[in-house]
Design a protein around this ligand. Structure first.
Ligand SMILES: *Cc1c(COP(=O)(O)O)cnc(C)c1O
Length: 378
Protein backbone atom coordinates (compact mmCIF):
# COMPACT_ATOMS: atom_id res chain seq x y z
CA UNK A 1 0.00 0.00 0.00
CA UNK A 2 1.14 3.52 -0.75
CA UNK A 3 1.79 5.98 2.07
CA UNK A 4 -1.35 8.06 1.48
CA UNK A 5 -3.48 4.91 1.78
CA UNK A 6 -1.80 3.73 4.99
CA UNK A 7 -2.35 7.21 6.42
CA UNK A 8 -5.99 7.57 5.37
CA UNK A 9 -6.83 4.18 6.92
CA UNK A 10 -4.76 4.59 10.07
CA UNK A 11 -6.37 2.52 12.84
CA UNK A 12 -9.08 1.02 10.62
CA UNK A 13 -9.88 -2.73 10.35
CA UNK A 14 -8.59 -3.46 13.83
CA UNK A 15 -11.80 -4.30 15.66
CA UNK A 16 -13.47 -7.30 14.01
CA UNK A 17 -15.93 -7.60 16.92
CA UNK A 18 -17.66 -4.37 15.86
CA UNK A 19 -16.15 -3.43 12.50
CA UNK A 20 -15.30 0.02 13.88
CA UNK A 21 -13.66 2.21 11.23
CA UNK A 22 -12.33 4.66 13.80
CA UNK A 23 -10.07 2.79 16.22
CA UNK A 24 -11.87 2.58 19.60
CA UNK A 25 -10.27 4.24 22.63
CA UNK A 26 -9.47 1.40 25.02
CA UNK A 27 -9.18 2.90 28.47
CA UNK A 28 -8.90 -0.41 30.32
CA UNK A 29 -5.85 -0.57 32.58
CA UNK A 30 -5.96 -4.38 32.79
CA UNK A 31 -7.26 -7.16 30.57
CA UNK A 32 -8.95 -10.39 31.59
CA UNK A 33 -6.91 -13.55 31.02
CA UNK A 34 -8.79 -16.35 29.22
CA UNK A 35 -7.07 -18.96 31.44
CA UNK A 36 -3.87 -19.56 33.36
CA UNK A 37 -0.90 -19.00 31.07
CA UNK A 38 -3.09 -17.43 28.36
CA UNK A 39 -3.35 -13.82 27.19
CA UNK A 40 -5.38 -11.91 24.61
CA UNK A 41 -2.09 -10.17 23.77
CA UNK A 42 -3.00 -7.49 26.30
CA UNK A 43 -2.41 -7.83 30.04
CA UNK A 44 -1.69 -4.39 31.46
CA UNK A 45 -1.88 -1.09 29.55
CA UNK A 46 1.61 0.15 30.39
CA UNK A 47 2.98 -2.89 28.57
CA UNK A 48 0.54 -2.84 25.65
CA UNK A 49 -2.73 -1.05 24.97
CA UNK A 50 -4.86 -1.76 21.88
CA UNK A 51 -5.30 1.89 20.88
CA UNK A 52 -1.62 2.68 21.40
CA UNK A 53 -0.66 -0.48 19.53
CA UNK A 54 -2.77 0.58 16.52
CA UNK A 55 -0.80 3.84 16.45
CA UNK A 56 2.55 2.13 16.95
CA UNK A 57 1.92 -0.42 14.21
CA UNK A 58 0.85 2.31 11.80
CA UNK A 59 4.08 4.23 12.42
CA UNK A 60 6.25 1.14 12.03
CA UNK A 61 4.52 0.41 8.72
CA UNK A 62 4.90 4.00 7.48
CA UNK A 63 8.62 3.98 8.22
CA UNK A 64 9.40 0.44 7.19
CA UNK A 65 10.60 -0.28 10.73
CA UNK A 66 10.25 -3.43 12.83
CA UNK A 67 8.64 -1.74 15.82
CA UNK A 68 7.43 1.68 16.99
CA UNK A 69 6.78 2.79 20.56
CA UNK A 70 4.65 5.77 21.59
CA UNK A 71 5.74 7.98 24.48
CA UNK A 72 4.24 10.78 26.54
CA UNK A 73 6.28 13.44 24.69
CA UNK A 74 9.06 13.90 22.17
CA UNK A 75 11.53 14.32 25.01
CA UNK A 76 10.38 11.08 26.64
CA UNK A 77 10.97 9.42 23.25
CA UNK A 78 14.48 10.91 23.05
CA UNK A 79 15.17 9.80 26.61
CA UNK A 80 14.18 6.24 25.63
CA UNK A 81 16.61 6.40 22.69
CA UNK A 82 19.36 7.57 25.07
CA UNK A 83 18.83 4.48 27.23
CA UNK A 84 20.59 2.47 24.51
CA UNK A 85 23.86 3.97 25.79
CA UNK A 86 25.75 3.42 29.02
CA UNK A 87 28.23 5.26 31.20
CA UNK A 88 31.42 6.18 29.34
CA UNK A 89 29.75 6.24 25.90
CA UNK A 90 30.06 9.32 23.74
CA UNK A 91 27.56 10.51 21.15
CA UNK A 92 28.12 12.83 18.24
CA UNK A 93 25.18 15.25 18.11
CA UNK A 94 23.90 17.97 15.76
CA UNK A 95 25.07 21.29 17.21
CA UNK A 96 21.97 23.34 16.49
CA UNK A 97 19.25 21.13 17.86
CA UNK A 98 16.03 21.61 19.75
CA UNK A 99 16.87 23.35 23.04
CA UNK A 100 14.96 20.79 25.10
CA UNK A 101 17.07 18.01 23.61
CA UNK A 102 20.21 19.96 24.50
CA UNK A 103 18.92 20.30 28.08
CA UNK A 104 18.11 16.57 28.27
CA UNK A 105 21.61 15.64 27.10
CA UNK A 106 23.47 18.16 29.23
CA UNK A 107 21.47 17.82 32.44
CA UNK A 108 20.51 14.14 32.45
CA UNK A 109 22.67 12.43 29.82
CA UNK A 110 25.81 13.70 31.54
CA UNK A 111 24.47 12.57 34.91
CA UNK A 112 24.31 9.06 33.46
CA UNK A 113 27.97 9.32 32.44
CA UNK A 114 27.41 10.06 28.76
CA UNK A 115 29.46 12.61 26.85
CA UNK A 116 28.41 14.60 23.80
CA UNK A 117 30.39 16.00 20.89
CA UNK A 118 28.43 18.71 19.08
CA UNK A 119 29.14 19.19 15.38
CA UNK A 120 27.61 20.73 12.30
CA UNK A 121 26.05 17.56 10.90
CA UNK A 122 25.62 19.14 7.46
CA UNK A 123 29.43 18.98 7.25
CA UNK A 124 30.25 15.34 6.49
CA UNK A 125 33.95 15.77 7.11
CA UNK A 126 33.40 17.24 10.56
CA UNK A 127 31.02 14.40 11.44
CA UNK A 128 33.43 11.68 10.30
CA UNK A 129 36.22 13.25 12.30
CA UNK A 130 34.03 13.28 15.41
CA UNK A 131 32.84 9.70 14.86
CA UNK A 132 36.45 8.53 14.98
CA UNK A 133 37.03 9.99 18.45
CA UNK A 134 37.51 7.41 21.20
CA UNK A 135 34.43 5.87 22.89
CA UNK A 136 31.96 7.23 20.35
CA UNK A 137 29.01 4.81 20.26
CA UNK A 138 26.34 6.75 18.43
CA UNK A 139 25.25 9.64 16.24
CA UNK A 140 22.15 11.73 16.96
CA UNK A 141 21.11 13.93 14.06
CA UNK A 142 18.35 16.49 13.80
CA UNK A 143 17.69 17.20 10.13
CA UNK A 144 16.71 19.78 9.10
CA UNK A 145 18.24 21.23 12.24
CA UNK A 146 16.70 23.70 14.61
CA UNK A 147 16.68 26.69 14.12
CA UNK A 148 19.09 26.88 11.15
CA UNK A 149 17.48 24.17 9.00
CA UNK A 150 20.79 22.58 8.10
CA UNK A 151 20.46 19.31 6.23
CA UNK A 152 22.47 16.19 7.06
CA UNK A 153 23.34 13.72 4.30
CA UNK A 154 21.61 10.72 5.87
CA UNK A 155 22.89 8.16 3.37
CA UNK A 156 26.58 9.02 3.88
CA UNK A 157 26.17 9.25 7.64
CA UNK A 158 24.25 5.97 7.71
CA UNK A 159 27.07 4.25 5.85
CA UNK A 160 29.68 5.80 8.16
CA UNK A 161 27.79 4.57 11.24
CA UNK A 162 27.37 1.10 9.80
CA UNK A 163 31.09 0.86 9.04
CA UNK A 164 31.89 1.76 12.65
CA UNK A 165 29.01 -0.25 14.22
CA UNK A 166 27.52 2.91 15.78
CA UNK A 167 23.88 3.50 16.64
CA UNK A 168 22.45 6.10 14.23
CA UNK A 169 19.45 8.06 15.56
CA UNK A 170 17.57 10.66 13.51
CA UNK A 171 15.12 13.16 14.96
CA UNK A 172 12.80 13.41 11.93
CA UNK A 173 10.23 15.68 13.60
CA UNK A 174 10.44 18.44 10.96
CA UNK A 175 9.74 16.10 8.02
CA UNK A 176 7.72 13.10 9.31
CA UNK A 177 7.76 9.70 7.54
CA UNK A 178 5.51 11.16 4.85
CA UNK A 179 8.39 13.27 3.54
CA UNK A 180 11.45 11.31 4.64
CA UNK A 181 12.18 7.79 5.92
CA UNK A 182 15.59 7.87 7.64
CA UNK A 183 15.55 4.09 8.22
CA UNK A 184 15.89 3.69 4.43
CA UNK A 185 19.19 5.60 4.62
CA UNK A 186 20.73 3.56 7.41
CA UNK A 187 19.25 5.05 10.57
CA UNK A 188 18.68 2.53 13.39
CA UNK A 189 16.13 4.61 15.29
CA UNK A 190 13.96 7.56 14.24
CA UNK A 191 12.55 9.83 16.89
CA UNK A 192 9.57 12.17 16.70
CA UNK A 193 8.01 14.88 18.67
CA UNK A 194 4.53 13.90 17.48
CA UNK A 195 3.40 17.13 19.13
CA UNK A 196 4.42 18.79 15.87
CA UNK A 197 3.34 17.65 12.35
CA UNK A 198 2.24 14.11 13.22
CA UNK A 199 -0.28 15.50 15.72
CA UNK A 200 -0.57 18.57 13.57
CA UNK A 201 -3.27 20.50 15.44
CA UNK A 202 -1.45 22.11 18.36
CA UNK A 203 -3.62 20.05 20.68
CA UNK A 204 -1.53 17.20 22.05
CA UNK A 205 1.92 16.32 23.38
CA UNK A 206 3.33 12.99 22.18
CA UNK A 207 6.51 11.25 21.09
CA UNK A 208 7.45 8.22 19.01
CA UNK A 209 10.50 6.08 18.37
CA UNK A 210 10.71 3.68 15.44
CA UNK A 211 13.28 0.88 15.44
CA UNK A 212 14.75 -0.50 12.26
CA UNK A 213 15.14 -4.11 13.35
CA UNK A 214 13.44 -6.49 15.75
CA UNK A 215 16.28 -6.60 18.26
CA UNK A 216 16.33 -2.83 18.70
CA UNK A 217 12.54 -2.90 18.76
CA UNK A 218 12.53 -5.37 21.63
CA UNK A 219 14.96 -3.29 23.65
CA UNK A 220 12.86 -0.22 22.97
CA UNK A 221 9.65 -1.93 24.09
CA UNK A 222 11.47 -3.11 27.22
CA UNK A 223 12.44 0.49 28.06
CA UNK A 224 8.93 1.74 27.32
CA UNK A 225 7.43 -0.79 29.72
CA UNK A 226 10.14 -0.59 32.38
CA UNK A 227 10.28 3.22 32.57
CA UNK A 228 6.61 3.73 31.77
CA UNK A 229 6.61 7.09 29.96
CA UNK A 230 3.80 5.81 27.72
CA UNK A 231 1.30 7.67 25.58
CA UNK A 232 -2.24 7.38 26.96
CA UNK A 233 -5.11 5.84 24.97
CA UNK A 234 -6.90 9.14 24.29
CA UNK A 235 -3.78 10.82 22.89
CA UNK A 236 -2.99 7.66 20.91
CA UNK A 237 -6.41 7.86 19.31
CA UNK A 238 -6.07 11.60 18.65
CA UNK A 239 -2.74 10.95 16.96
CA UNK A 240 -4.24 8.17 14.83
CA UNK A 241 -6.97 10.58 13.76
CA UNK A 242 -4.35 13.20 12.92
CA UNK A 243 -2.39 10.75 10.76
CA UNK A 244 -5.39 10.36 8.46
CA UNK A 245 -4.84 13.89 7.16
CA UNK A 246 -1.02 14.00 7.39
CA UNK A 247 -0.50 13.72 3.62
CA UNK A 248 -2.82 16.57 2.65
CA UNK A 249 -1.66 18.71 5.56
CA UNK A 250 2.00 18.36 4.69
CA UNK A 251 1.42 19.08 1.01
CA UNK A 252 -0.35 22.32 1.92
CA UNK A 253 2.23 23.23 4.62
CA UNK A 254 4.96 22.83 1.99
CA UNK A 255 3.17 24.89 -0.67
CA UNK A 256 2.51 27.71 1.79
CA UNK A 257 6.09 27.63 3.08
CA UNK A 258 7.52 27.97 -0.40
CA UNK A 259 5.29 30.99 -1.15
CA UNK A 260 6.31 32.65 2.14
CA UNK A 261 10.02 31.83 1.66
CA UNK A 262 9.97 33.34 -1.83
CA UNK A 263 8.34 36.47 -0.46
CA UNK A 264 10.93 36.75 2.33
CA UNK A 265 13.79 36.09 -0.12
CA UNK A 266 12.90 39.28 -2.00
CA UNK A 267 12.21 41.44 1.05
CA UNK A 268 14.93 43.92 1.97
CA UNK A 269 14.03 43.74 5.67
CA UNK A 270 15.20 40.10 5.74
CA UNK A 271 18.96 39.94 6.33
CA UNK A 272 19.34 36.16 6.32
CA UNK A 273 16.94 33.43 5.34
CA UNK A 274 17.06 29.73 6.14
CA UNK A 275 14.74 27.40 4.22
CA UNK A 276 15.98 24.28 2.43
CA UNK A 277 13.05 24.43 0.01
CA UNK A 278 14.76 27.33 -1.78
CA UNK A 279 17.19 26.28 -4.52
CA UNK A 280 19.70 28.80 -3.22
CA UNK A 281 19.80 27.12 0.22
CA UNK A 282 22.93 25.03 0.90
CA UNK A 283 20.83 22.05 2.04
CA UNK A 284 18.48 22.04 -0.96
CA UNK A 285 20.27 19.47 -3.08
CA UNK A 286 20.84 16.96 -0.28
CA UNK A 287 17.29 17.25 0.98
CA UNK A 288 15.87 16.88 -2.54
CA UNK A 289 17.70 13.56 -2.81
CA UNK A 290 16.43 12.13 0.47
CA UNK A 291 12.98 13.66 0.99
CA UNK A 292 9.71 14.26 -0.87
CA UNK A 293 9.42 17.79 0.47
CA UNK A 294 11.14 20.42 2.56
CA UNK A 295 8.82 20.95 5.50
CA UNK A 296 7.40 24.28 6.58
CA UNK A 297 9.78 25.75 9.13
CA UNK A 298 11.57 28.91 8.03
CA UNK A 299 14.08 30.93 10.02
CA UNK A 300 15.02 34.50 9.27
CA UNK A 301 17.21 37.21 10.63
CA UNK A 302 15.99 40.81 10.67
CA UNK A 303 18.04 43.98 11.17
CA UNK A 304 17.53 44.61 14.89
CA UNK A 305 16.15 43.47 18.22
CA UNK A 306 13.69 46.37 18.02
CA UNK A 307 12.36 44.94 14.76
CA UNK A 308 11.97 41.53 16.39
CA UNK A 309 9.90 43.13 19.13
CA UNK A 310 7.70 45.02 16.68
CA UNK A 311 7.15 41.86 14.65
CA UNK A 312 6.19 39.80 17.71
CA UNK A 313 3.73 42.43 18.89
CA UNK A 314 2.52 43.44 15.42
CA UNK A 315 1.54 40.17 13.76
CA UNK A 316 -2.21 39.65 13.26
CA UNK A 317 -2.31 36.30 11.44
CA UNK A 318 0.84 34.66 12.81
CA UNK A 319 0.75 34.02 16.55
CA UNK A 320 3.70 34.52 18.87
CA UNK A 321 4.04 31.07 20.42
CA UNK A 322 6.54 28.30 20.96
CA UNK A 323 5.79 25.31 18.76
CA UNK A 324 5.49 24.24 15.15
CA UNK A 325 3.67 21.88 12.84
CA UNK A 326 0.06 22.94 13.48
CA UNK A 327 -2.61 24.55 11.27
CA UNK A 328 -1.99 27.96 12.83
CA UNK A 329 1.14 29.79 11.68
CA UNK A 330 3.39 30.63 14.60
CA UNK A 331 6.39 32.88 15.09
CA UNK A 332 8.98 31.95 17.70
CA UNK A 333 11.93 33.83 19.18
CA UNK A 334 14.43 30.96 19.61
CA UNK A 335 16.89 32.88 21.78
CA UNK A 336 14.44 33.23 24.67
CA UNK A 337 12.06 30.37 23.89
CA UNK A 338 13.00 27.06 22.26
CA UNK A 339 16.74 27.54 22.70
CA UNK A 340 16.90 29.37 26.04
CA UNK A 341 18.75 26.43 27.60
CA UNK A 342 21.78 26.65 25.34
CA UNK A 343 24.76 28.17 27.11
CA UNK A 344 26.07 31.56 25.94
CA UNK A 345 29.09 30.04 24.21
CA UNK A 346 26.89 27.69 22.18
CA UNK A 347 24.55 30.54 21.21
CA UNK A 348 27.49 32.66 20.05
CA UNK A 349 29.09 29.80 18.13
CA UNK A 350 25.86 28.98 16.31
CA UNK A 351 25.00 32.59 15.53
CA UNK A 352 21.79 32.36 17.53
CA UNK A 353 21.21 36.08 17.88
CA UNK A 354 18.50 38.38 19.21
CA UNK A 355 17.59 39.12 15.58
CA UNK A 356 16.59 35.56 14.69
CA UNK A 357 12.97 34.46 14.31
CA UNK A 358 11.56 31.06 13.43
CA UNK A 359 8.30 30.68 11.54
CA UNK A 360 6.08 27.63 11.47
CA UNK A 361 4.00 28.00 8.33
CA UNK A 362 0.47 26.76 8.84
CA UNK A 363 -2.51 25.95 6.67
CA UNK A 364 -3.98 29.43 6.24
CA UNK A 365 -4.28 31.22 2.90
CA UNK A 366 -0.73 32.09 1.87
CA UNK A 367 -1.80 35.61 0.83
CA UNK A 368 -2.89 36.34 4.40
CA UNK A 369 0.47 35.13 5.71
CA UNK A 370 2.44 37.28 3.28
CA UNK A 371 0.20 40.28 3.93
CA UNK A 372 0.83 39.93 7.66
CA UNK A 373 4.60 39.73 7.20
CA UNK A 374 4.62 42.61 4.73
CA UNK A 375 3.06 44.91 7.34
CA UNK A 376 5.44 44.00 10.19
CA UNK A 377 8.60 43.94 8.05
CA UNK A 378 8.06 47.33 6.41
C1 LIG B 1 9.50 19.84 20.01
C2 LIG B 1 10.65 19.02 19.64
C3 LIG B 1 11.13 18.03 20.50
C4 LIG B 1 10.53 17.79 21.88
O1 LIG B 1 9.25 17.23 21.77
P1 LIG B 1 8.11 17.42 22.90
O2 LIG B 1 6.94 16.71 22.29
O3 LIG B 1 7.89 18.89 23.07
O4 LIG B 1 8.61 16.77 24.13
C5 LIG B 1 12.20 17.26 20.07
N1 LIG B 1 12.77 17.46 18.88
C6 LIG B 1 12.34 18.40 18.03
C7 LIG B 1 13.00 18.58 16.71
C8 LIG B 1 11.26 19.23 18.37
O5 LIG B 1 10.85 20.18 17.54
Amino acid sequence: MKTDTILAQAGARRDPSTGAISMPIHTSAAFQHPALGQSTGFDYSRTANPTRLALEETLAKLEGGAKACAFASGLAALDAALSFFSSGDRLVVTEDLYGGTFRLLERFGRQKGLDFIYVDTSDNKAVLQALDQPDVKGLLVESPSNPFLKVADLKSLGAACKERALLFIVDNTFLTPFLCRPLDFGADLTVYSATKYLGGHNDLIAGLVVAKNAELGERLAFVQNAVGAILGPFESWLLLRSLKTLAIRLKRHGENALVVANFLRRHKGVKKLYYPGLESDPGHKTLSAQAQGFGAVISLEVESRARVESILSGVKVFMFAESLGGPESLVTFPLLQTHADLDEAAKARLGLTDRLLRLSIGLEDADDLIGDLEVVLS
